[in-house]
Write a protein that binds this ligand. Sequence first.
Ligand code: ADP
Ligand code: MG
Length: 225
Amino acid sequence: MQTLSGVHIAAWLERAADVMEREKAFLTELDAAIGDSDHGVNMARGFTAVRTRLGGLDHGDVGALLKGVGMILLSTVGGASGPLYGTLFREAGQRAAGAAALDLAALTGCLEAGLDGVKRRGKASLGDKTLVDALVPAVDALKAALSAPAHAGAPAHAGAPAHASLVDALARAAEAANAGALATVPLVARKGRASYLGERSAGHQDPGATSCSLLLRSLAATAGA
Ligand code: ADP
Ligand code: MG
């Protein structure tokens, strides 16, 4: 598979809805330690709404599909993460406007546009203990895959992709996001509710970085299925 069509994106979102439902208690437990115990419930509610309304969205235009998902998340997730995930999907959709499918380069551009939107809206940077800490390494991994030869040392042949396969790149991005989420444990939160705890926020994994890592893992699993 070298591109993700609207059908693949829809399959990802259905898988993500299952994952958010399954990991609801875990995400809520993480949020109980440094927040207000609602992140799992928020994410499960949002992605269940996405699944319910997926059939009414335009699957032929990935940009429109992602934007539609952003609108649903914005109006259903709530909390600080609702507007942020809403922005992530809407900005990604804006970048993909009119595309029937995304190759690795287009997908990287979309995720980067989404990340820029999240950073702008949340005024968060890497190391603030937020979902940005999972997104930045994921985008970096996609960019690295984009510039890496498909098979190091192997001679290029006609028709071979110039870079790592989409499936491999997504697997690496999901791993990087997971590592980024785990790396939030020792950090002191500088944004959001957890920042009210100051030093006491250290020693706990950020719920938003964790949900973001779960989304990327779902995408990698969908592409690899
Ligand atoms: P709330 O904090 O309003 O209860 P959630 O529990 O749903 O919202 O989401 C909390 C997550 O949102 C945090 O773990 C963090 O990853 C993310 N977050 C909070 N504030 C910001 C921000 N300003 N920028 C980026 N991410 C943020
Ligand atoms: Mg919360």
